[in-house]
Design a binder for this molecule. Structure first.
Ligand SMILES: [Zn+2]
Length: 682
């Protein structure tokens, strides 16, 4: 029935009554989320973006917003870069639901603390600025109010803000809609209860026949453990296609088609860049137009008529989306290029770029196996018969000890600037770990200094000893070692711990008889770091003294096939379960394979951290020492002998204190002829 009334023919009072009556009985106009947002959403004054929300500026968000009204869409997963308006989208969706489809709603964030600050600093300022929603929620003022930071009640439902670290919150309520934001930062398990995202989404089950909806959003992290990447792959995998303003060819925006001016020197090396002078090359070969920032704004706006195209259209109830920063109206292509230069230098920064700018997960190299043959090719000649010294890059030496039933195994690692690493010694001290003799031998070995190519001598700074086996005997052994040799950063007991805890000491414990301090090392993290180093290629700088960030050097004096077999004895496996999320675990490749070398490598990661070394200062210090030694060599002195290389700052040159300087071939505490390394490796 379409009723048309000419109100002008009626008495004014009657016309007014009739209008009110008709309004109250007329079906409420159902606006889609984008239509409603365009009419109602204003950015708060404190936000970076000002004025009214216009879906036309964010054409790529139109379809995800419309999904709220689409009963066919059960799941929606958004894998995005940062700074593309994802949080705003979540708040708009929630606001629309409160106004037009009131029902219980859960908004999950990684922690309860983040949930609080999200509600207070983002949700409230924005919804207070949307009159229709503010009328419903009111202000959070009095204690008796139904509106608290973490829960806001309204006719027909409530919105609950929850943290992934708070399992009780997740189990309490049944809800129709869950919005889980930043899900890659949500802990793997809420206490012992399981995956928080799974727990939250389970709460929608009683709404199975009432248009329940599960929305997940996040910038991705590491591919193997990323929740959002997994959800993206499970969904219909949509990408946003925009039309070239010149040829109309639809394409997705890709980082490698963005070009900019680079300034090169005569050798062809890039020495500077000009981010402002950029263009995007249309992928249609017949067109190849150079698109500019203004073209981009047109392409991503409603005028550009961009569209989401699924890779797996056969999946009907799960729409999954991914989008990168090249589409963002909130940042220019030039700013993306500038960000690339600030983040391109090391693996950790490249990962940030990949995740937060390209919106793509980072492939964690630690699940890719390293080849023993490739590692063996790295063997160098330091500490061999040919070259008895250690490289000049070594600025710090750490020692790590593993305790076995009939011996101690020790590894000495040399560290340089940007965490460059040299394996120096791997050696065994045969003896009963319940007796003190074997520790005495190890301590004697730690007394030795190690001469660099430039004659500067470096002593071990720290020694970590695994006390996981025969703890009391090993603790007594450590005390004996301390009486024999003093190391500046100490001789310290450690235990390997599991889980994703930090590498740095996270636990100090005491035994009952005597108070010993030891550290627990989060070995999973340390193993990631050690494996990352094995996969880091040498820098391309050909200079012999070039710094190789994170590169691991080996020497043929102690690294043979057996050494490398042990070094690569474990691999990282990732298992997914619906209820528990990703579970990464380091496992031995083969049952019974020896892995002491790998363990010692992992303790080395912790030892280096515990030294808190200032490598730039050490570099300068030893450089000055080397110059001084060089000067002494040139002077016509008769006392010049290797032994005076020690402690030149004490100016003991006239009264050289005899000290033993051990190269690989000369140190022989067991008085066995030949290479001590060889003599102990049997
Ligand atoms: Zn084109």
């Amino acid at each position: 029935m379409n009723l048309k009334i000419n109100f002008r023919n009626l008495h004014p009072t009657l016309a007014e009554i009739l209008k009110l009556t008709l309004n109250s009985v007329a079906p409420r106009e159902i606006l889609s989320v984008p239509e409603w947002a365009d009419r109602n959403v204003m950015f708060p004054d404190n936000s970076a973006k000002k004025g009214a929300w216009r879906t036309d500026d964010y054409e790529f968000w139109r379809e995800p917003m419309e999904n709220i009204n689409n009963p066919k869409v059960l799941y929606m997963s958004l894998m995005t870069c940062a700074q593309i308006g994802k949080t705003t989208l979540g708040i708009i969706d929630a606001s629309y639901l409160i106004k037009h489809m009131p029902s219980p709603l859960m908004y999950l964030l990684p922690t309860i603390h983040m949930a609080e600050s999200f509600s207070r600093d983002k949700f409230e300022p924005m919804t207070n600025n949307i009159d229709e929603v503010h009328e419903i929620l009111g202000d959070r003022v009095s204690r008796n109010s139904n509106n608290t930071i973490l829960q806001k009640t309204y006719p027909g439902g409530f919105i609950k803000f929850a943290g992934g670290n708070s399992p009780t919150d997740l189990a309490q309520h049944s809800v129709r809609v869950t919005i889980c934001d930043d899900i890659d930062r949500i802990p793997a398990s809420a206490g012992d209860e399981g995956d928080p995202v799974f727990l939250a989404e389970q709460r929608t089950e009683s709404y199975t026949f009432f248009n329940r909806k599960m929305i997940r959003m996040s910038t991705p992290t590491v591919e193997q453990t990323s929740r959002i990447y997994r959800f993206y792959m499970q969904g219909d995998q949509r990408e946003f296609y925009v039309a070239c303003p010149h040829c109309g060819h639809y394409q997705t925006l890709k980082w490698d088609r963005l070009h900019w001016e680079e300034i090169k020197n005569l050798a062809g090396e890039v020495i500077d860049f000009n981010a402002e002078n950029n263009y995007y090359e249309c992928e249609n070969k017949e067109c190849g137009s150079h698109l500019k920032e203004a073209d981009k704004r047109w392409m991503i706006s409603a005028k550009g008529k961009g569209k989401w195209i699924p890779k797996r259209p056969e999946i009907k109830d799960h729409r999954s989306y991914k989008i990168n920063r090249l589409y963002s109206p909130l940042s220019s292509w030039a700013s993306v290029i500038r960000e690339y230069y600030t983040l391109k230098d090391d693996t950790a920064s490249q990962r940030i770029f990949q995740n937060t700018v390209l919106g793509e997960p980072w492939k964690d190299g630690s699940t890719v196996e390293v080849e023993i043959a490739d590692l063996m090719k790295r063997n160098e000649d330091y500490l061999t018969e040919k070259r008895k010294t250690i490289p000049n890059g070594v600025l710090l030496i750490t020692a790590q000890v593993d305790v076995q039933a009939d011996r101690l195994e020790m590894k000495l690692s040399g560290w340089g600037r940007k965490k460059e690493l040299w394996t120096l010694f791997y050696t065994k001290f045969t003896g009963d770990p319940e007796q003190l003799e074997v520790y005495e031998e190890a301590a004697e070995f730690l007394k030795a200094g190690h001469m660099r190519d430039d004659k500067v001598t470096i002593h071990p700074a720290i020694c970590l000893v695994d006390i996981g086996y025969k703890q009391n005997a090993v603790l007594a052994g450590i005390e004996r070692m301390k009486k024999i040799v003093h190391l500046p950063k100490g001789i310290i007991g450690i235990k390997g711990g599991h889980g994703d805890r930090a590498i740095i000491p996270n636990k100090i414990s005491f035994t009952t008889k005597k108070r010993y301090v030891y550290y627990t090392i989060g070995v999973d993290r340390a193993k990631d770091a050690a494996m990352d180093r094995l996969k880091t290629p040498k820098s391309e700088d050909p200079a012999p003294d070039a710094v190789n960030p994170n590169y691991h050097h080996f020497t043929s004096s102690c690294c043979d096939i057996n050494y490398f077999e042990q070094l690569t004895a474990e691999r990282k496996e990732i298992k997914w379960s619906a209820a528990y999320g990703p579970q990464a675990k380091w496992v031995k490749k083969k049952e019974g394979i020896r892995n002491e070398v790998w363990d010692l490598e992992v303790y080395g990661v912790a030892a280096e951290i515990l030294c808190y070394a200032d490598y730039d200062r050490l570099y300068e210090k030893y450089l000055a020492e080397a110059k001084e030694l060089e000067g002494l060599k040139k002077a016509p002195a008769t006392f010049m002998h290797e032994d005076v290389a020690e402690e030149p700052e004490k100016k003991q040159v006239n009264k050289p204190k005899p000290r033993r300087i051990y190269g690989a071939q000369t140190y022989n505490p067991l008085k066995i002829g030949g290479n001590f390394v060889e003599s102990w490796r049997k």
